[in-house]
Design a protein around this ligand. Sequence first.
Ligand SMILES: [Mn+2]
Length: 340
Amino acid sequence: MIIIIKQNVSKDQLTVFKANLEEKYNVKVNTWVGVGSTVLGLIGDTTQIDEDWVNAQDVVEKIKRVQEPYKKANRKFHPDNTVIELPTGQKIGDGNLCIMAGPCSVESEEQINYVAQRVKDSGATFLRGGAFKPRTSPYSFQGLKAEGLDLLKGARKVTGLPIVTEIMRASHIDMFESVDIIQVGARNMQNFELLKELGRIDKPILLKRGLSNTIEEWLMSAEYIMAGGNSKVILCERGIRTYETATRNTLDLSAVPVIKKLSHLPVIVDPSHATGKSSLVEQMSLAAVAAGADGLMIEVHNDPKHALSDGAQSLTPDQFDSVARKVFALKKAYDLIMAE
Ligand SMILES: [Mn+2]
C-alpha cells in the first residue's frame, strides 16, 4: 500500500503517523521524501488495514493499494488450485468437470426423484434444487422450505447424488446440517452476517456472484467465509446485470480466467440464470468449458412449461442429456489441447 502525504505536514506529524501505522497494523513503513511530496510505502500484511481510517488521518492526501485486499482467497499466498473433496468422495477443482443439475425449485417427491435419476444417468455429479427460494416478487412461489430439504435428501438416498441447495438466513444453518454443499445466492453475496456464520462451519459453500458485483467484491465475500476458518469455497458466475435486455443477465465468462489468475478457488458457471433462456444454455455451457470452468450448474425440469419457477431457462431431461454429451466431449478435447 502506498500513502501520499499532504504537502504542509511537519516532520513531527509524519513521525507520529508512521508510528501509529506500525503499531496498529504491524507493517514496515518506508519513506520517500521528494521535492514537494512525501510518499510512504507499507510492507507486510496490508489486507488488515482499514482504508477509511487511513483516509481519515489529517496528514493523508490519498492512498493506493498495490496488492489485493483479500489474502486467504489470493493465489499469491496459495499458488496451488484448491480441490474441495466431499466426505462422499466427489471432488471439485481437481481438473474434472463437475455438473450440478436439477430443478430451480423442488416441487414434489416424484418430480425431484425423477429429475435426479435422469440427470445422474446423463453424467451429473450433484443434484441441485431450491427449497428456500429468494424470489423477486413476494407473490411468487417461495419454495417448499423444510419439506423441500427432506425431498432433496430423499432423492439423494435414491440416486446417491450429493445435494446443493440455497440458504437464505444464518438461523437455518442447523437445518442445512446434512446438505452436502450450501449455496449462497446472488442476492445474498454481500450478506456479511450470513457469510461470517458460514465461515464457522466445515462444509463446502457455493458462492454465487452478486447481480451487480465486481470480481474483487466477490472475492472479498469469499474472504469473509474463509476468514472464519472455512476454506471450502466454490465460486459460481451466474451473469451480471447490464443494459442488455435480450438475455436475463449478461454471462461474464471472462470472470473465469480472471478468477483463475487471482484466486486458487474453484469456479463454476451457471448458464441457466445467466441467460434466462433454455435455448442458450447449450452454447454457453460449452463456452464455459472452453473458458476453463471447473463445473456447470444447470437447471433441469421434468416439465419446464409448468415449472413453478424459472421454466423458461430450464432444460428437459432429454435436452440436458444432449448438452451433457457435448460438454463432456468438448472437455476431452479441451484437456488434450491444454496438455500440448
Ligand atoms: Mn432458478
